[in-house]
Design a protein around this ligand. Structure first.
Ligand code: PLP
Length: 492
């Protein structure tokens, strides 16, 4: 189950040559964890590069430690985050959410795609002069994949459902080599998988399936997990403990950050979130929903279910309504006047995309369930920001009429303060096993995985999850060797 890091000499030579021609230096996982390790020469050059610019140096900005700047930003020790004040959340514990807005592409999924591509690029298994990198996704992962492909001078194919937001498609048109829109919405991942089987018939198409590629959890465990730990260590007050972490699951890559946190903070509870309208984890359920990026009617191969303590379903109406509260003038006025939030705090609420709002709602439900106090901190991430959903806010205005102070008060009371401990489950051993077993139908029956590997995920964590997490060092050694061969760093 560990990532295959065997070398294909021909492909590797082609990639080295391509990297020379395109001035490419590949960052290590260690540099993504700790930007102090990034050479000064690179930092000096980044001072003139925009965050979303198609410049290979932006590979170094695949990091939670970026400064919150559109251009020229360097790095900071404490990741960018939003703290949800108790007057807004309605619970006494601290809720901190690390922001994905300050990654290139405005979303941390660019990291997951790096985690999937880098091992095959630096081993030569993916040959940049022959293969197309195919990025099946509900949106942000293929945006990240197409962006990384462009930085690394590789051809890319983005696959995403046709109902995803206009912003996603508009931007992709300028970056991806080819875009394929599959039928349906957020939860129609089976249709995406079907398309990848079709494409696989062509040997030049190499599929990077985020739901199954171990590079995705490798990246999140080693980068997102470390960053959340850095965040907690820099904001904690005396006597406070890291009590919980909640992540809604799309590919479940982000969930691996929880694996690291549970090792560092024994006692921390790890929850997975999904949409109530598609409760696959809670109820083996299915359905369409509007929390873009999550909830795809299957259990991802890379979800370490045995290590997941709780499942929480969020009503997609709650996250939609709060998107308007956080991003309209009346909503902002309400938060300042009624919740005592500063102008800066209110502005930062636009750092929450729809799934980020759902993540925060999971934290609130967890806090209510465990009766967390002022001494507890619950952490999460904001995968993308409201920038991705301007058209959705407009659609809500069209459907419900213009926003107002009264609407803001209703939304806050009904969709945030009013959250209950319904539609959630503290997972027993048997519950976890039931959820894990669901993988069989997608992955063994449909997608060609073998049952021995499925069982190993459950019975042999040392040689599966732990082994993958530990491969960051091997990957870094290969990246260093690749960069040495390319030799760009010396001449920079
Ligand atoms: C907006 C958004 N939120 C949440 C997720 C889920 O993250 P993960 O795939 O790591 O589970 C995604 C995944 O693409 C996403 O795009």
């Amino acid at each position: 189950m560990a990532i295959d890091l065997s070398i294909n000499k021909v492909g590797l030579q082609h990639n080295i040559q391509k990297a020379k021609e395109n001035n490419i230096i590949i960052p290590t996982i260690a540099q993504m964890q700790n930007p102090d390790l990034i050479p000064e020469k690179i930092k000096a050059k980044l001072a003139n590069v925009g965050l979303w610019e198609v410049n290979p140096l932006n590979l170094f900005r695949i990091s939670w430690h970026n400064e919150a700047k559109e251009s020229g930003g360097l790095f900071q020790h404490t990741p960018n985050y939003v703290e949800i004040p108790s007057k807004l959340s309605g619970v006494p514990c601290r809720i901190v959410a690390m922001s994905g807005k300050w990654f290139p592409t405005g979303c941390h999924k660019v990291g997951a795609s790096f985690g999937c591509l880098a091992p095959r690029l630096v081993t030569g298994q993916f040959d940049a002069t022959y293969h197309h990198a195919v990025w099946p996704s509900t949106g942000n992962y293929c945006r990240g994949g197409a962006f990384n492909s462009k930085l690394l001078a590789c051809e890319s194919v983005a696959i995403l459902p046709q109902d995803m937001s206009k912003e996603r498609f508009d931007w992709l048109k300028s970056i991806a080599g080819q875009i394929i829109a599959t039928p349906g919405c957020e939860s129609n991942v089976k249709e995406i998988f079907d398309k990848t089987w079709e494409l696989k018939q062509d040997p030049t198409m190499m599929i990077f399936n985020q739901f199954a590629e171990m590079g995705n959890p490798l990246w999140h465990y080693n980068v997102t997990g470390y960053a959340l730990s850095d965040l907690f260590e820099s904001i904690k007050k005396p006597g406070q403990r890291f009590a919980g972490a909640c992540f809604t699951s799309g590919s479940a890559g982000t969930m691996s950050a929880g694996d690291l946190l549970k090792e560092r903070y024994p006692g921390l509870k790890l929850a997975v979130g999904e949409a109530l309208q598609c409760p696959t984890i809670l109820d083996n359920g299915f359905g369409g929903h509007r929390i873009e990026g999550i909830g795809d009617k299957h259990i991802p191969w890379i979800h370490n279910v045995k290590n997941t303590d709780m499942a929480i379903a969020i009503d997609d109406e709650d996250s939609q309504r709060l998107l308007r509260l956080f991003n309209t003038e009346d909503g902002k006025k309400y938060m300042m006047e009624e919740c005592g939030m500063s102008a800066e705090e209110v502005e930062k609420m636009s750092w929450l995309g729809i799934s980020g709002i759902a993540n925060v709602l999971c934290c609130i439900k967890m806090a209510k369930y465990y009766e967390l106090t002022e001494n507890d901190v619950v952490g999460t991430v904001l995968t993308d920001s409201a920038v991705m959903y301007g058209s959705r806010i407009q659609e809500l205005n069209d459907a419900h009429g213009p926003y107002s102070y009264v609407e803001a008060a209703k939304d806050h009371a009904l969709h945030m303060l009013g959250l209950k401990t319904d539609n959630m489950l503290e997972l027993t051993y048997a519950d976890r096993k039931r959820i894990h077993n669901l993988k069989y139908y997608t992955w063994v029956e449909q997608q060609g995985m073998c049952v021995e590997d499925l069982n190993a995920q459950w019975y042999d964590t040392a040689n599966t999850w732990d082994a993958v997490h530990a491969q960051a060092k091997d990957l870094d050694a290969l990246i260093d060797a690749f960069n040495d061969e390319v030799g760009i760093l010396k001449t920079l």
